[in-house]
Design a protein around this ligand. Structure first.
Ligand code: 6PG
Length: 237
């Protein structure tokens, strides 16, 4: 895939973390309302990491038709089931265990099978959804997103598999399962949630056009990057 031009990336600067959460919540609800109104379903990919935690908690009190929601995970860490560092465990504790999305519509990556088998199983799950309605993603300090890391496979070329097994992630745990860049790009809307000074270099590289994994996520409609305005300050390379 050609490197995306910077214009397909909308930098949505907010004053602080509270404003980021507020904007993210309203964008999620707008996407859900529109998807359910048009197609009766909302296919929503959750990001891992800590940034989305409060947004997930705020989703508990939303009034919506939960039976229309279908949940997926951008990636998962290969840890024992119910380990608190699992991305799915964070989402369950913060949100999913508190609302009535049918369990068979919460598509957890079965990492207890190991990275290879879990990736194969998740490939089968994703066959039933051609395009997601909304995908949330985080940004790592090194520019990674989901479990697509610099120097490793991102799955951004046509013909790449939808799901990748990762065995040497630089961020623990080493073994992970991740949707590929090309699969994450099959989404009507992609929102990145970026908060904290530790992400400043990754943002600066991205804005300079340096090829970091986050930049490989290129849905037709472009991406929205929600970030604190302080992270837009230029850094000298
Ligand atoms: C993971 C995530 C990863 C995360 C970023 C940002 O499993 O670690 O999928 O891509 O989104 O590392 O993490 P924070 O939100 O905790 O900064």
């Amino acid at each position: 895939m050609e490197p995306s031009n910077i214009e397909s990336c909308r930098w949505r600067a907010v004053a602080n973390r509270h404003e980021l959460n507020r904007l993210a919540l309203s964008l999620i609800l707008n996407s859900a309302t529109e998807s359910i109104k048009k197609r009766g379903e909302f296919h929503f990919v959750l990001s891992g990491g800590n940034t989305p935690r409060m947004i997930y908690q705020q989703l508990r009190s939303v009034h919506t038709n939960w039976s229309a929601w279908h949940i997926y995970f951008s990636d998962e860490r290969c840890l024992s089931s119910r380990n608190k560092d699992l991305n799915s465990e964070m989402a369950r504790e913060a949100w999913l265990d508190h609302i009535a999305i049918p369990k068979n519509q919460q598509h957890i990556i079965p990492v207890e099978l190991g990275a290879k088998l879990a990736a194969n199983e998740y490939l089968k799950t994703l066959r039933f959804v051609k395009e997601f309605d909304l995908t949330l993603l985080g940004l790592g300090e090194d520019g990674h997103t989901a479990s697509l890391f610099p120097g490793l496979e991102w799955g951004s070329l046509p013909g790449s598999p939808d799901v990748l097994s990762v065995f040497s992630a630089p961020k623990e745990p080493k073994h992970r399962v991740s949707m590929s860049a090309i699969r994450l790009s099959h989404s009507k809307q992609v929102i990145f949630l970026v908060s904290g000074e530790s992400k400043h270099w990754a943002v600066a590289k991205w804005r300079k056009g340096i090829n970091i994994p986050a930049k490989a996520i290129m849905p037709e409609a472009g991406v929205d990057v929600l970030l604190e305005s302080s992270l837009l300050a230029p850094l000298s390379f």
